[in-house]
Each structure stands twice: as C-alpha cells, then as structure tokens.
Ligand binder design. Structure first.
Ligand code: MG
Length: 265
C-alpha cells in the first residue's frame, strides 16, 4: 500500500508541475510500482480537476479573433492609428482602405505600440495582383517578431528565390518546409506561435527564440530555434532584450495586411 501511495504521489507531483501549480514535495524515495500496486490503482487517481481550464470563446471562423485576443488591426483607420506607428513612434503614413492597410512606399516600416514576449499571432497578407519584379523584388515585406526576427512575406507563386529567403522562411535562417503560396492578389494567412528568447544576467542566451508557423493552414516552420537577430549581411547573433513590438516591413512593394490579432501566452 505504501508503494501505491508513493506512485500516486509521483503522478500528482508530475501533474502539478504540468498545470503550473506548486509541486508537491519530492518523494523521499523512488520505487518502481509493482504489477500488484498498479492493479490496485483507480482511474480517479490520475484525474486532475483543479485549476479549471480557462474558458475562451472562439470566433465564428478560425480566422476570427477569439475572446481573449488583442486585436491590433480590425480594418478601420481608428484601429490602425490606435495600435501602430512608424519607427519613430509617429503616424506611419501607410494607407488604410478597403478593410486593409498597405505599405506606402518610402514611409518605412511600422511597429505595434504593444510590446510582447510569448504570443500566438494571426495575420493576413496580400502581395500585389499586378506582378512586378522577380525573386526578392516581388511583393516583399516581412513580419518582424519582437522587432528582430523576420518572418518573410514575399510573392513566391512561380517566383524562385533563395530557399531561405522565400515566403514562410525565417529570413536567412530557416527555409519553409513547403511553398504553399497563393496567387498574387489573393489573401494569405500566417498563424504563428512564438516563444521569446530568454537571457542570463550576463546577456548570453539561456534559451533561444522558438517559432512555429502555419501558412494558409499548412505547417511551414515546426518549432524551430532561431540563431539570433535577422541579418541581411552576416551571421545572426543574439543581443539580449525583453518584450518587443511586432513590426511590418516596407520593402518598397505595396503589400497589404488585415485582420491582425494576438494572444499573449
Ligand atoms: Mg522581407
């Protein structure tokens, strides 16, 4: 019986950690449960009720913001102006019309006023229907996670470029698993799960940033560990930081965005 209680305590301890509850004190000694002890276990011994799971009301469609999301852009100028600025913290000059916002050439990138650590992001983007340019010059923009790590936005529908620089890549670090781009002028979706890097007191990396990305519902990045800040030239490296904004890139092409929401994790 003592061993049985010990086994139950081990289960409870494990479950407590998994649920972010104060773990029980570690068992004084570990023992493999015997077949006899396992046979005496009841289903209830491994069923955990508290704390109850938080209720979130989903949107009508998976693309709709759920009840606990922070909407960063709902298609209106009011929403855009309330949540976004240029790099200097001033109004950006990007164009809001037809329920979306479009890069204004030469206006520079924009950033969210809100800064975040770990998050789930939903964002929809569209490259120009009128195809101009090739390789990196066609429908280029980008989503900088915490303002540092670029998830590339590019028109790669029948448009070759270097594999680690195409749509769905973490620019110059990880190529996407597949090319699932829609045609130019069609709306596309990124759903992103992002875990911010953590740093030690001396500024070195404790744990790297991790990213999972679905493009149009298809997995293109699977829990990858980033090597550092996005670099156009050179090797990525980390510089310690805390919470960061979401930034959208002006690469000179009129790429549009809409329906941007995040859930802080
Ligand atoms: Mg880019």
């Amino acid at each position: 019986m003592r061993t049985l209680l010990l086994v139950a305590a081990m289960f409870i301890s494990f479950a407590s950690i998994a649920q972010k509850v104060e773990p029980a004190k570690p068992a004084a000694q570990k023992a493999e449960p015997s077949k006899e002890d396992l046979a005496k276990m009841k289903p209830e011994m491994t069923e955990f009720w508290d704390p109850e799971i938080t209720v979130v009301t989903p949107g009508q469609l998976p693309s709709d913001a759920p009840s606990d999301a922070i909407v960063l852009f709902d298609g209106t100028p009011e929403s855009f102006n309330a949540n976004w600025t240029n790099a200097k913290g001033e109004p950006s000059g990007w164009t809001v019309a037809d329920n979306c916002v479009t890069v204004a050439k030469g206006a520079g990138g924009i950033k969210s006023k809100m800064e975040m650590m770990d998050f789930q992001l939903h964002i929809e983007w569209r490259t120009p229907a009128e195809v101009k340019g090739e390789s990196q010059g066609r429908g280029n923009s980008g989503i900088f996670l915490q303002g540092r790590y670029e998830l590339q936005v590019l028109d790669n529908y029948q448009n070759r470029t270097y594999r680690n620089g195409q749509a769905g890549s973490i620019y110059k670090q990880y190529a996407p698993l597949v090319n699932v781009c829609k045609k130019p002028g069609e709306w596309q979706v990124y759903d992103v799960i992002y875990t911010a890097p953590r740093f030690k007191e001396d500024g070195t990396v404790f744990s790297p940033a991790r990213v999972t990305v679905l493009q149009n519902g298809v997995l293109v990045q699977n829990n990858i560990s980033l090597f550092g800040h996005t670099e156009y030239i050179g090797i990525p490296k980390y510089v310690a930081h805390g919470a960061g904004a979401l930034e959208l890139q002006d690469h000179g092409n009129p790429v549009s965005y809409r329906n941007i929401w995040v859930r802080k994790l």
